[in-house]
Design a protein around this ligand. Structure first.
Ligand code: OGA
Ligand code: MN
Length: 282
């Protein structure tokens, strides 16, 4: 089968038409999809209608799946699926505007995911876009001096500060001290080399990167702030306007994303996410 691949942005993101993911995907088509994923970092499929099993089966073509540290957002019948829903569908707790800050998924673990596959079931008629940033392009556009400064630095990532911030705002249930103690700091290269494409990408994010190894906190904060502001300039950003039936798969190693607001009282927004296990960034 030959797919139609249409760019949705100058430097990354492409829509793939011509495949119905519910009917299973043969090896040749998977090769094309994988190539498109590596070429574009983010691939978009429109008009899909997947059961939970089919969502999981498609995701497994890319590798082993992983859950989430906060298990009450995982679908009890399919713990490989994280439910992002302001109504808490499927027996999970509501998750309002999850990820409404620039981040890559689960970089607070030693081995962050390869990528995530987000499937829109119910979306508001307005608002609730997801923005994505091209972290290859962001790295490549740094001036030589900054490149030299950041190459070889090690970032410190944690979930704790983010969760506490959300819990204090009343947006997340309080968790036991024991659970919180599981969230220790981890270290990742500030600039990684993508294991498939060999390209360099910036790998720090506003969500979970809280410091730079061996750097004084104020200096690290200033550098991180500068890198976040740089990476999220309009020229590096694509904003996805969701329709029910859309699937967006992002490469977590070379993109960031950020949820945008919508009227949570008026509208339901329910998305299912699978998360593919990655390798330690280097
Ligand atoms: C995610 C995420 C943002 C959104 O699924 O990892 O951050 O717009 N989603 O739902
Ligand atoms: Mn996310």
């Amino acid at each position: 089968m030959s797919l139609t691949i249409t760019p949705l942005h100058d430097t990354f993101v492409a829509a793939i038409e011509g495949t119905d993911l519910s009917s299973g995907v043969d090896d040749a088509t998977m090769d094309e999809i994988r190539q498109a994923f590596h070429d574009n970092s983010i691939i978009v499929f429109h008009g899909q209608d997947l059961s939970n099993d089919q969502h999981v089966a498609f995701s497994r073509h890319f590798g082993e799946l992983q859950g989430h540290t906060v298990s009450h957002w995982l679908l009890p019948s399919h713990p490989e699926i994280l439910v992002l829903s302001n109504r808490g569908r499927g027996g999970v707790k509501p998750l309002d505007n999850g990820g409404a800050y620039w981040h890559s998924d689960i970089t607070y673990e030693e081995v962050p995911p390869l990528g995530s596959i987000l499937y829109a079931l119910t979306v508001p008629p307005e608002g609730g876009n997801t923005m994505f940033a091209d972290m290859y392009a962001a790295y490549e556009a740094l001036d030589d001096e900054t490149k030299e400064q950041v190459d070889g630095l090690i970032g410190i990532h944690t979930y704790k500060q983010r969760y506490l911030k959300m819990a204090e705002g009343g947006k997340r249930p309080k968790l036991s001290d024991e659970k919180m103690a599981e969230w220790t700091d981890v270290e990742h290269s500030v600039v990684l080399t993508h294991p498939e494409t060999g390209r360099k990408a910036l790998f720090v994010n506003e969500g979970f990167t809280v410091g730079i190894k061996g750097m004084e906190q104020a200096e690290a904060d200033a550098l991180l702030e500068k890198l976040f502001a740089h990476s999220t300039q309009d020229r590096f950003v694509y904003s996805h306007p969701w329709k029910a039936g859309d699937i967006v798969m992002w490469d977590n190693r070379c993109t960031m994303h950020c949820a945008t607001p919508y009227d949570v009282e008026k509208y339901e927004r329910t998305m299912h996410r699978t998360t593919i296990r990655g390798t330690k960034p280097v």
